[in-house]
Write a protein that binds this ligand. Sequence first.
Ligand code: NAP
Length: 308
Amino acid sequence: MAVIGCGLIGSSVIRAARASGAVGSVAVGDASEAHRSEIAALGYADLVTGNMAEAVGNADLVVFAVPVLAMGPAAAAAAAAMKPGATVTDVGSVKVSVAEALRAALPDTVHLVPGHPIAGTEQSGPAAGFAELFRGRWVILTPEANDQPDYQDAVGRLSDFWTALGAQVDTMDAAHHDLVLAVTSHLPHLIAYNIVGTAADMEEVTRAEVMKYSAGGFRDFTRIAASDPTMWRDIFLANKDAVLEILGRFTEDLQALSRAIRWGEGDKLFDLFSRTRDIRRGIVAAGQESAEPNFGRDRAGPAEAPKP
Ligand code: NAP
């Protein structure tokens, strides 16, 4: 296996693959010298290099785990050295534009099966990774429309790989993935970035007060709003259409809530809050709850996670 981009997700893939015995040797390609040193010191990889072509040279499975807008350039740097018949996947949080960028850069001789593990934390970098990150979490694969037996074998092998890492695998159309994630992950992050920015800009509320009284719900937003700026800038730019569509719906619903508050329509508020409480209970019942609320970027439970 070769992993290109070895931060939180890439290093978790390596740790989980090593722990499960799903792979033989592991090569890592990463643009960051500091991260390469960290990975080498962790001892999970047989080869750590800044040369992407060198990393993928012998790999049967190549996993791109760089920020969404870096997928195309990273694939272009590795493409010429890829082994014919290799399975190539990614872990990007957006699927339509990433699949297009990868397909444009890669040779036709490899099997591209885009993917997205719905698992993560607000941390980044290799030290933040852990082997249990994917345990019990969903991985969504968005295979190409290709019914050739070789391609279907690659999809099956990749699905088995994620299952070995403890995940549950679903397949989905890429555009549908992007709409679903816009609701469950991207918009909640945008709201968190916005509310923390608003609080910081309010001159009559001091920074000290924001820290002191943050238990009232704000604290959870600040944790989400601490998520990696590069990663989230890329996600919003790469999933522009779906995020804007969902943001339009959200804004309308917020206006309706605002009207209900203005006109004292307590029943409307109570009905909505009751419905949302049921949704929360459904998430807990589905086993997708983690120790702290994190708006869709779930992570493993506290027992395993050395985490954020
Ligand atoms: P990360 O911790 O920042 O790691 C990304 C690594 O890739 C860094 O070492 C980075 O180096 C390196 N890199 C950047 N551009 C590169 C290039 N062109 N070639 C080679 N290496 C390059 O990021 P992450 O949180 O693991 O996220 C990686 C991917 O997983 C993203 O696409 C994200 O959407 C997806 N994802 C993240 C989460 C999450 O919770 N974090 C969850 C699910 C999916 P520099 O630091 O020098 O840029």
